[in-house]
Design a protein around this ligand. Structure first.
Ligand code: PGA
Length: 325
């Protein structure tokens, strides 16, 4: 059954560790956890994460004061409604979205549960596209409980979320399965919102980029064309917890992902691919996050269930434009 639909010509080995000097640059502080405990790195100054920070800083990137746009893609905001809603509550949410004032320079998608996709497609403004939250690894058939990418396309869906942490860590999807699903969805012309993100214990063990790079590699092993992929960095410890990553924490990993794309895929893919942040994004914190140079938008859970707040998050593109100007 395991068919990989388009294997990448650029199957690459895991990134080799970045060489570092033993001296920790004074401008680099240890990661701070918003609302979580801060890890004392002590002697672990040669960690991959510090090394990466150091490399990015030497390239004039990473968490620094100057803000601009590193990516060249349009701002992108997705609303992941997860397993929430009823016919009535989603009608109200769609009404709110239809009447919200939305800035032009932002791509917006919302992701209802499968059951309500038709209802939403039939009532939501065409300004906003619809994503599914998952799909099967290949063509349909005797796969009880699954939905194929072909069926999503047939129903008018344009996007699918893959590799969300709840599917990885609650349902048990593997990197390989997520890569296969993504490749098949792309082959049917669906856009893929490809999620990656570390658990708290990974971050505390200073394995953030190891985990994120492994997950990225699994996508890279399965797909050859990144033009319809949006990468969503969603630290698991920030999802649904109210503990948003600080703008610096998010920026640091986004810059690392962009660097990985540059080295492992191509400079063009690195600059064109939208890298969006997810994890407790809300109307109050989205503008500051948006000003970070490698944050190209958001994937929003809880706050996407409130139409006006979601519109505020979409309109954080104005903060981005203000600093990029
Ligand atoms: P949250 O969820 O915004 O509720 O943290 C984000 C997500 O799971 O995509």
């Amino acid at each position: 059954m395991a068919v990989v639909y388009s294997r990448a010509a650029h199957s690459v080995a895991r990134p080799s560790p970045i060489a570092v000097s033993s001296a920790k640059p004074s401008s680099i502080t240890c990661p701070q956890f918003s609302g979580l405990r801060c890890v004392e790195f002590g002697s672990r100054t040669e960690s991959g994460f510090d090394a990466l920070s150091q490399q990015l800083q030497s390239e004039g990137r990473g968490h620094r004061g100057v803000v601009s746009m590193a990516g060249t893609g349009r701002f992108f905001v997705g609303g992941n409604w997860k397993c929430n809603g009823t016919v009535e509550s989603l009608k109200k949410l769609v009404d709110e979205l239809n009447s919200a004032k939305l800035e032009e320079d932002v791509d917006i998608v919302v992701s209802p549960p499968y059951l309500y996709i038709s209802q939403v497609l039939g009532s939501l403004t065409k300004r906003i596209e619809v994503a599914a939250q998952n799909c099967w690894t290949g063509k349909g058939g005797a796969f009880t409980g699954e939905i194929s990418a072909d069926q999503l396309v047939d129903g008018g869906v344009k996007w699918v979320i893959q590799g969300h942490s709840e599917r990885r860590h609650v349902i048990g999807e593997t990197d390989a399965m997520i890569g296969q699903k993504s490749a098949y969805a792309l082959s049917k012309n669906l856009g893929v919102i490809a999620c990656v993100g570390e658990k708290l214990e990974d971050r505390e063990a200073n394995r953030t980029t190891d985990v994120v790079f492994e997950q990225l590699q699994a996508y890279a092993d399965a797909v050859s064309d990144w033009s319809n992929i949006v990468v969503a960095y969603e630290p698991v410890w920030a999802i649904g917890t109210g503990k948003v990553a600080s703008p610096q924490q998010a920026q640091e990993v986004h810059a690392a992902i962009r660097q990985w794309l540059k080295e492992k895929i191509s400079p063009e893919v690195s600059s064109k691919t939208r890298i969006i942040y997810g994890g407790s994004v809300n109307g109050a914190n989205s503008a500051e996050l948006a000003t970070q140079e490698d944050i190209d938008g958001f994937l929003v859970g809880g706050a996407a269930l409130k139409g006006l707040e979601f519109a505020t998050i979409c309109n954080a593109v104005t903060a981005k434009k203000a600093v990029a100007a």
